[in-house]
Design a protein around this ligand. Structure first.
Ligand code: MG
Length: 359
């Protein structure tokens, strides 16, 4: 059952090996995730990054809307400027802010600065955001390579941040992910220390978001940890569609609790609970093939609340490592139709890697 206690997302921040303060901040408020990298030194950078995150959360749209998310980032910019003027933090303080709202497979992104959003999409790492930095401009102009930018002496010079220009604009856009993809948000304490191919390898093999976060921070520390390191990882397809608040795992736990309570208090409720469970479905690795079940996995209070619908011809071995790991535990979805749609996605992916996996 451990897979259902894993909320599908995780985040952490580490001061690193060189700095004495951690000026980064992050937000785990599914479907909204964010990281911020504060600038301005002691009692300034951390004020700016925390204030930006708090203001973002207060002003974020209720549903995925990149333009509205961009407006929330601009509101956070105003808040940082107002705070400095009011004597909170220090004048000249600033922060990056990279925010992503996840609804199903739809991503709404708003971004300023050199923190980054990446997507491990079908096993390949894609950088979603463009850095607002001097070295990124040099890379775009073809004057240095991306590898050189990571070690360039001016790599920390950013060209846009919250906290200085009242008319600052945020990049705001939407992107489509796939179920089983993995979202990464990180400050430059990760991306200046760990190369993209190494980040890709960790995201592709870590069994859970929590494991990915820990491994990425460990690697940044091993590489020198020269800056604060902040990492947020969220698996796509595990978040509720149009509501802020609980992740699907919490929703799941509530359902399980509800089922257990119902069974304990009124025996008759068992039938209702079973009928409720039957409105659910999951897909799971069964002897190497993707199988579809109606109900919920496991046994509650002596009742098995699932029934196999079918074992498909889709071989689990043809899927990417994250999907394989998740299938080993079972992937819960809202109903049989959604499970069958998911299977068709897997069938297409399997066909790309192994032409023999026909219908
Ligand atoms: Mg930094």
């Amino acid at each position: 059952m451990s897979a259902y206690r894993d909320p599908g997302y995780a985040g952490d921040s580490h001061v690193g090996r060189v700095r004495s303060d951690n000026e980064d901040a992050f937000l785990l408020a599914p479907p909204l995730f964010a990281v911020a990298d504060g600038l301005g030194g002691h009692q300034a950078g951390e004020v700016a990054s925390s204030l930006a995150i708090d203001t973002l959360l207060e002003n974020a749209p209720r549903t995925g809307d990149a333009k509205a998310l961009g407006r929330a980032v601009r509101r956070a910019n105003a808040a940082v400027i107002e705070a400095a003027a009011a004597g909170r933090g220090k004048s000249g303080m600033g922060t990056t802010l990279t925010a992503v709202m996840v609804e199903g497979t739809r991503l709404s992104v708003a971004h300023v600065g050199d923190s980054r959003a990446y997507l491990l999409h079908l096993g390949t790492l894609q950088q979603l955001t463009d850095d607002h930095s001097l070295v990124a401009d040099l890379v775009r102009q073809g004057r240095i390579t991306p590898e050189e930018s990571r070690v360039h002496p001016n790599r920390s010079v950013i060209t846009r941040a919250l906290g200085s220009d009242p008319d600052m604009m945020a990049d705001a856009f939407e992107a489509e992910a796939a179920i089983g993809d993995r979202l990464l948000l990180a400050t430059d304490g990760l991306t200046s220390m760990v190369a993209d191919d190494e980040i890709e390898a960790v995201l592709a093999t870590a069994p859970t978001p929590d494991a990915a976060v820990n491994e990425l921070i460990d690697r940044a520390l091993s590489a020198g940890g020269q800056d604060n390191i902040t990492v947020v990882v969220a698996d796509i397809g595990t978040h509720p569609r149009a509501s802020r608040g609980s992740g699907s795992a919490r929703r799941w736990a509530v359902r399980v609790l509800w089922v257990l309570t119902a069974l304990a208090v009124i025996g008759g409720a068992a039938l209702a609970a079973r009928s409720y469970a039957r409105s659910q479905a999951y897909v799971i690795d069964e002897a190497g093939y993707v199988a579809v079940y109606e109900g919920v996995p496991g046994v509650f209070a002596g009742f098995t609340m699932n029934e196999r619908s079918r074992v498909t011809t889709v071989p689990v071995s043809a899927l990417d490592p994250i999907t394989r790991a998740r299938l080993a535990q079972g992937i819960q979805v809202d109903g049989l139709a959604e499970a069958l749609t998911l299977v068709e996605t897997y069938r297409e992916r399997a066909a790309e890697t192994s032409p023999s996996a026909g219908p």
